[in-house]
Each structure stands twice: as C-alpha cells, then as structure tokens.
Design a protein around this ligand. Sequence first.
Ligand code: WTA
Length: 655
Amino acid sequence: MSQPTIESILQENRLFHPSAEFSQTARIKSLGEYRALCDRASADPQAFWADLARQELHWFQPWDSVLDWSDPPFAKWFTQGKLNLSYNCLDRHLTTDKRDKPAIVWEGEPGDSRTLTYAELHQDVCKFANVLKDLGVQKGDRVGIYMPMIPEAAIAMLACARIGAPHSVVFGGFSAEALRDRLIDVEANVVITADGGWRKDAIVPLKEQVDTALKDARVAVHHVLVVQRTGQATAMEPGRDVWWHDLAPTASTNCPAEPMDSEDMLFVLYTSGSTGKPKGVVHTTGGYNLYAHITTQWIFDLQENDVYWCTADVGWITGHTYVVYGVLSNGATSVMYEGAPRGSNPGCFWDVIEKHQVSVFYTAPTAIRAFIKMGDEHPKARDLSSLRLLGTVGEPINPEAWMWYHTVIGGERCPIVDTWWQTETGGIMITALPGAIPTKPGSATLPFPGIQADVVDLEGNSVGVNEGGYLAVRYPHPGMMRTIYGDPDRFRRTYWEHIPPKDGNYLYFAGDGARRDEDGYFWVMGRVDDVINSAGHRLGTMEIESALVSHPAVAEAAVVGKPDDIKGEDIVAFVTLEGTHQSSEALAKELKQHVTKEIGAIARPGEIRFAEALPKTRSGKIMRRLLRDLAAGAEISGDTSTLEDRGVLEKLREG
Ligand code: WTA
C-alpha cells in the first residue's frame, strides 16, 4: 500500500465538561481517576484485566494464565478458564433482585411491544437452546441467524452461546446471495430466521431469502428454525423447516449453561475489507465477555435504574456487544427497536425514548443527520427529559451534527460519548468516559483504560502532535478478534503486517487515518483502505465491484465514496461496458438493482457513471483516488504521473 497523505482540515476547539452532578454519581468520576486506571493498566496489563475478570464475571473454573502471547499475533486470554456468556448474562442475575427487572424492552415497527424480565428471558433462552439441541446442534457447530430486530434474535444468540454453538448473525438487509456466501464460508448446518420483518413500512421476506440461499448445494444447512413475526404465507419444506411456535410449548426450560473454555469460539461475524470476500471475524468467549461487560459499564455509566437503548441492529457488531451481551452481562435493561429512521414516522426514535423513559441513548451519526433533516419540531414535541447520556458510533461525527445532538436531543445536559471501534476489536476502544473526560465535538477523545492506541507512520513510529497517520493499537486487549474464520494467514496479513513487526512487537493496523491533538485527543478521519462507510455500514469497494462485473453488460467497475450530507458517503460506481452494450438510464437502474440483489440495498450505488475506460497505473491498478475526486466534483489533486493514459482522465471529466 502506498503512503497517502493524511490531512485533516477539521479544527474544532470547543470543550464540554460533564456537569458536577453527572460526575458525582458516575462510575468513573474524574480525569484523575481515569488516568489512575490507565496507569495501572500500563504498569501491569495482565493484573489489570485479571482483577476485572475476577470481580465482574462468573467463572466455572479459574484460568491458568491471563494472556498467552507466545505466538503473536494470535492471542489467548484466560487460558483454561471456564465460563458461559449466557450464564453471565442471565443465570447469575436470577438470584438477585434483577430477576424481575426488564431485560429486554422491545418495540416493533408497527407499534407492538413486549417486555421480557430476566427470569422470562432465561426461560425462553433455555427453551430455544433445547430446541436447537433437538435439531441436532452440538457444541462447536455453527448456527446462522438471519432475523429481524425482535426479541427472538437476542434469544437465539443467547441460546447458541448457552450450548456452545458459535453463531453467525447475518444482517436482515443482506440479500439471499450475501447470506448464501456467509453460510457457506462459516459451514453452518442450521439457520434461525423469521417469516419476515418490518423495515421502513414493508415486510422483508426473510424466510423466502433463506430458501433462495439454500438452493445452492454448497450450503450445508439441514434445518431452518422459523419464528413467526409478520404472519404472511410462508412455504415450509417438510423435514427441513420447523416453526418455533410448534416446538416452544413442549420445550423444556431446563438447560444448564455449557462450561465453555475461555478461548472457545463464541461467534463469527462477517465484515468488509479491501478484498472481495467478506472476512469472518472470530471472537471467543472469555475475553469478549469481559471486554463487552466492562466497556458497557464504564462508557454508558450503567446505573441500576437506567433504561438503555442502542439503536443498532443485531446484525452488526454494535448490536452484538451493545444491544445484547454487554448490557445483559451487567443486568441492565436493553431497549430493542425494530424500526429504522423513516420519513413516514419522523418522530419514531423520540417516541420510543418518551414511552420507555430511555436514559442512555446510543446511535449513529447517519441517523442523527437524517433526523436533523426531518426537522426539530419532532424531537421538540416529545418529552426527552429522561435522557442523561448520549453516544454515537460508526463513523466520524461532524461537529454540526454533534452540536444538534447535544442541544436538541440532550438539552445541553447530557454528555456525548463518541465511540471509535470496529467489528475486529469486539468493543469500544477510543471514547470519553462520560463523567471523567471533557469532550470536543468530532473527537472520540481518549483510549479506554488498558488500550494503547497510537497514530503511527508505516514504520510504526508515532507521528507528531496534529500530524496525520495510521490508527494502530500496541498491545493485545481481551476483546480483540482472534482470527479470520478459516483463514489465519489473512488475519496476519490484513492486520499485523502492514506495519512490519519490530523485535517481535506487533502493531494492530486498524485501517483508519487519524491524528492526535495537543491534549492527546484522537480525531478519526476515516478509512485509508478501500472500504466505504455509507450510512454507517461498512462496505468493501471490491465487493461492490465484483457484484457489478457479475452482470453480463459490465466489463470493469471501480467504486468510490463521495461525500453525502446524510450517509457520510454515497457509493459511486464507474463502469465500462462489454462489447455492444450501450449506456442508458435503464441500464444504470438495472445495475443498481443488480447490486441490491447480489449484496443488499445497503450497497446500492447512488450513482452509476458509464466510462469508456478507467484510469489506471502502468501496472494496471485502478487509480481510485482520481475517481474519488471526480465523483466529488473536485479538482484532481495529487500526483497523476503514474497514470498510464492521461486521455482517459480527460474523457471521464467530460463525461
Ligand atoms: C468507523 C462499527 C470515526 C471506522 C463499530 C472503523 C468510526 C469502522 C467510529 C468500523 C467513530 C466506527 N469515529 N469512525 N466513533 N466508529 N468508525 O466494523 O472507520 O462496522 O474502522 O464497526 O467504522 O466499522 P465496523
């Protein structure tokens, strides 16, 4: 990879302190307390994590060693320790007064709702786990989950964790083709789905898409467990497909949690990278449980009476860690909402906050920007006074959106935690601790205690204050991914060799550009690889390009991001055509539709630009940098001397 110049034009000097009232009762109360935690963690990282693991989690059997880093970059945490994540999320709360506390408060898109207490959730999870066992699922078997945002999605995940069957949740917005590829890669033999789910006032026929995916002989799924959500007519294949409601009434509620090894695989979650094939990010049990637990507790400052709502879908890592596992492990109340921001109901988020008296609210900048556009009158017409803390995740938040969130939603009294992290890191890495760290709009602020984040050059040397560089992490942390499913080499190459290890010291390369200011605050500037972040969704340009060239009319495709007010980035595809195919509006539409079919609507290009040729280097590499400038309507910046044929650029400009 060549070293691009990483520049930041953002200069933001406003500083917001938490109120004394907030800090007084906060989990971490001051900058001094935060610094003391960081100092302890860097003086003896293993003791730091071990103390937390002992205090915060239930172990069936203690560990031998805290960290085994003898074979970097493959880390092992709490070796030989035995625990179960579903036990830590459920069983241990049943003997406390959390037993009858709401665990999940759910709102459906059409306005239906349900509440499950810890005792009820425990029963449902046990039943579900027994049903999975009856379908032949054993410890170690991978289970696909393709669900709408209904309580059964969380129940299915917890049931898998309970019996030690790693789950692989595939976001319900992915197409049948994308689902198929993931099921093949993860070698799942059971899929849990629903007849359908509500998304933006329409039913997404999930089961039908599963049927399409399963037509491919390479998918090894022998049972499909179907939850009824929408009630539309749904084909069921005898012997393969079973309704959850046919099995639930007779399922036993007795299902002891399987003692899992700390390093047993907990789940595989696919995410996009710079190459075509999505990566199956592997997380294991002990380290993930600890990291999800402690980050949720400190960053969202969970207190006994909090009603916590993270708007992410369980199909993403944020949904795994901050809708389900981290929240329940702390015995807190997690609000789950099926609906997405949509023009037909511009007040939907604020209604949920008012109705359930949400006190901690965590969402994405793209959602905030969508609501800004819908108008202040909607949040202003609701009572949002229950809120005391706000969070954002998924992409850099622009200071204007931050200020709106602070003023209109937070009533200027709620701290905002801007949380930087990734599917790979399992939990939040850089963030304010709300009672301790003053915030600056647009900055994720400081690393979580125990996280040694840095901004470096390609040799791994720290860059200077306010200089751009690569975001990297110096020491393993418990929540870190362990490998890429079925491809440990790719794990090593992708994350640990961009910056060559020196004297056995490995640096985790995150793929983001960043700078650190004079206060040590991190300003994340976005991806430096071929990954687009559109509406908070992480998409590989290569994935979308492969989808495009699989269409018979397309010869070559190059996909870039273009700045967009709401989505952060919109997808623009430059396309050259095969033989006699002619460019047309109709073909552009067809190609967009084709990408929707191959990957899902989240990857649909906003714009298709037909070209006679694409700008390439002499070695044949497409120069996306130039296309990015063109797509944004900007002047071509930087060096064009490596371009093979300068005429191509002229034509693209004219076209
Ligand atoms: C981006 C989502 C700036 C970043 C949890 C990262 C952010 C990618 C932030 C991971 C933030 C996430 N500020 N950028 N607070 N949070 N990102 O795997 O580019 O879906 O590499 O995980 O999102 O996306 P992923």
